[in-house]
Design a protein around this ligand. Sequence first.
Ligand code: HAM
Length: 423
Amino acid sequence: MGYSAPRGTVDILPGQSEKWIKLEQLLRTIAANYNVKEMRTPIFEHAELFNRAVGDTSDVVSKEMYTFQDKKGRYISLRPEGTAGIARAYVENKMYGLPEKLQKVYYMGPMFRYERPQNGRQRQFHQFGVEMLGVESPYVDVECMLMAVTVVEALGLQNVTLHINSLGDDESRDAYREALKNHFRGHLDELCGDCKARFEKNPLRILDCKVDAKHPAMKTAPKTIDYLSESAKEHFNKVCSLLDDLEIDYVIDTNLVRGLDYYSHTVFEIISDDPKLGAGATVGGGGRYNGLIEEIGGPATPGVGFAFGMERLLLALDDEEDGLDCYIMPLGEEAKDLAMQIIAMLRANGFTCEMDHVSRGLKGQFKSADRFNAHFSIILGEEEVKNEVVNIKCNHDKEQEVVPLENILAHIENHLNGGHEHE
Ligand code: HAM
């Protein structure tokens, strides 16, 4: 009997891992550009942290967490998202006391949710997330959104839209919660069991119920935006006017409430209609969470952030693979010894190289050079070894030249930089 990977997990094999590295490098470059530093937190945390931070009325916590008891009977959860761990570490490491009030961090790594696997939805998936902690300012909200937009633009994702909404402050949410209760009270009998519980504990969650999504009362439900306090309205208006000034397109989506409980004020999602992802796919989302740090025992500290699903970002990256610089093709045992010398020299000079290790003929080796998309094939048989030369073929312009051993490096460099311009 063989083993298979657990349902909802995937192996990232050579061929795909290069795309991951490319994506990670791009994200790190954008992070540096925004002066956002990397932070790494554990992949598992005390379950209680997520119950508190993400909220036990959210689906993520109530239905999708991987929680188990360790050998000492402690309840441990694999992280379903990154914000709670960052918030915990921020408090534990007293980062609120750092001289720079605004702390901007990013993370990349695996997250775990027990969901029904489908296209773009896995049980182990990866997020790139950003958190900006310490300052309550619409400028910081917009910096977050701008960074998220920069990511999708850098990846060339087509047909993306920034959806935004405001959930307001505590005062706004209390008023909104009451309005929602009044609205749904008459329909309680028609809603699912979960929604009945949500009605008491957190009526906002009713709005993203998957079971009752089509119930007519959903469409006519009151909108958060109509219940904003004066100061929450002011914050949201400033966010909108800053986005306008920066000429960032967005739509105000009054149905956007997000699936996690810690949000207040601005929430946003990046939704793509890129054919590679399927219509209406959410590639990333986030928002402000001014109550979270206090909720988990820290001093009152505002925060805002977002996370992208990296699998979804990857679908957008083109499939073009980077090729090798050189494929070395020895013909015969003696040639192999020399090939080993040449490959070591080229690698030491920074070129990406491979050589034939299975003593094939010319045809088989050319096939490999092709598969590796090698820029140069370096061919050496008995004759070349005797004459201390190699044959260098540029696979782009098909030119082939006999080059003395001591000139290999110069020849390749000259070809790459000099008169032989390639695409
Ligand atoms: P989220 O909306 O739960 O937010 O997840 C963010 C993104 O992770 C989603 O838009 C989606 O692309 C991806 N994602 C979620 N679940 C899966 C899955 N099962 N398979 C593949 N991709 C998935 C958060 O997690 C918040 N922590 C974001 C945030 C940061 N808010 C403030 N700061």
